[in-house]
Design a protein around this ligand. Sequence first.
Ligand SMILES: Nc1ncnc2c1ncn2[C@@H]1O[C@H](COP(=O)(O)OP(=O)(O)OP(=O)(O)O)[C@@H](O)[C@H]1O
Ligand SMILES: [Mg+2]
Length: 242
Amino acid sequence: MMAALLELRNVTKSYGSLCVTDNLSVALHGGEALGIIGPNGAGKTTMFNLISGNVTPGTGSVHFQGQNISTWPPFKRAISGIGRTYQVPQPFVGMSVYENVLVGAMFGASHNERTGGELAMHVLERTGLATKAGRLAGNLTLLDRKRLELAKALATEPKLLLLDEIGGGLTEHEVHELVALIKSIHVGGTAIIWIEHVVHALMAVVDRLMVINFGAKLVEGEPHVVMANPEVRNIYLGVEAV
Ligand SMILES: Nc1ncnc2c1ncn2[C@@H]1O[C@H](COP(=O)(O)OP(=O)(O)OP(=O)(O)O)[C@@H](O)[C@H]1O
Ligand SMILES: [Mg+2]
């Protein structure tokens, strides 16, 4: 069997007496798209922090491309191919849209200014931000801030892209556009883990769905099977009908 691109092995993380990640094991192969759902505070973002290196596991380990990266700092993980967006967009507000993306290309993908600039323009085209390249990132609308999050992550040329609630707060039409873009990234061969409360958007893209509750994996499998699970329906009752 082919080795997994990413593997979390029995990862646990606690803050004081609060267990936020509870013996979590996840495996993802190259090019796969995995959706993550779960209630507020379930530990979804913490799982991303454990993968991107913002948080280190209490026990257990994180593996990427066959290497144990559990103690690697975030920048080293970014350079090795792990790109992420943040639930609360974190652009450099005093820099232009273009400069924000260029930083990703130069520091996340080790480009020089020339090839990084070409990559940045390509990514801005792809994310629908090309005409706003010169604007200050701090002046963007919500949709454009979400696009910029995605653009910055894409500029690091990730093998694994982590998307944290990038569809929240968008109109139906905007979500539709976003789904098309994320689909095209998936079809291009990038592995994706997408945390999203907008379940129908997830269902349009992912191969597999996982539900996290109280830091632990509740169920994982084919998206429609997972959404038909009575326990899952119980958690999501009143949140969204699928
Ligand atoms: N640095 C921290 N110190 C203490 N508690 C934390 C820290 N980071 C997260 N938590 C707690 O861990 C739990 C899980 O947080 P996390 O952000 O991973 O949840 P989430 O599933 O992403 O939620 P949401 O859907 O609201 O984004 C929450 O109870 C949160 O308050
Ligand atoms: Mg979160």
